[in-house]
Design a protein around this ligand. Structure first.
Ligand code: ADP
Length: 193
């Protein structure tokens, strides 16, 4: 199994690059943002509870997303590997993920961290809001809150995986194809290793 985390702030291009990476490497895409939006669309109790946090740009409580990932792992026993997108977003989530993967005799192989400047993030998210239908992309205050949550709680996830030498930084600005090439190069280095 080859499991990777695509890491970076909101708007850094995780969704775009995830689509390409899962198709090239045959991975199962697990995006907690998408899973939560599906729960909201089906008006499930979990979705309703998560919505109030998401509308404010705040993180959903750890136990909710950890349980969601736990079920997703169990529901995909045949996967060759997972691409985690938007998860883990706190150190507690990272520790829980390491434990869940450990129980399945596997682990995170690599954390690919996309680097994008704050001005570019806000610009991209507001732009996405015009077409995405995502209410959290329309309001600049909500966007700023999401970036703040990232700085306060999520940036530490990179430090967690740095301890294990698993983090590789990739510049997330410029041409989408070029960024994809850089990501693939890092994965192939690990695969070959
Ligand atoms: P983006 O990275 O563009 O902000 P996501 O789709 O990954 O978008 O997440 C949207 C929202 O869903 C987040 O602002 C947060 O409220 C919630 N969310 C997604 N993943 C997690 C997670 N792992 N932990 C807590 N909240 C999450």
């Amino acid at each position: 199994m080859f499991n990777l985390i695509l890491f970076g702030p909101p708007g850094s291009g995780k969704g775009t690059q995830s689509e390409r990476l899962i198709s090239k490497y045959g991975l199962k895409h697990l995006s907690t943002g998408d899973l939560l939006r599906n729960e909201i669309a089906s008006s499930s109790p979990l979705g309703m509870a998560a919505k109030s946090f998401m509308d404010k740009g705040q993180l959903v409580p750890d136990e909710v997303v950890i349980e969601m990932i736990n079920s997703a792992l169990d529901n995909n026993p045949q996967a060759n590997g997972f691409l985690f997108d938007g998860f883990p977003r706190t150190t507690a989530q990272a520790e829980a993920l390491d434990k869940l993967l450990g129980q399945k005799n596997t682990e995170i192989a690599i954390v690919l961290a996309l680097e994008v400047t704050q001005e570019e993030l806000v610009r991209r998210l507001l732009n996405r809001g015009i077409t995405s239908g995502r209410s959290d992309d329309v309001n600049e205050d909500v966007i700023k809150a999401r970036i703040q949550e990232y700085d306060r709680k999520t940036a530490a996830v990179a430090d967690h995986y740095k301890k294990f030498g698993k983090v590789e930084y990739v510049k997330g600005e410029g041409n989408v194809d070029d960024i994809f090439e850089l990501l693939c190069r890092e994965i192939d280095k690990k695969h070959a290793a």
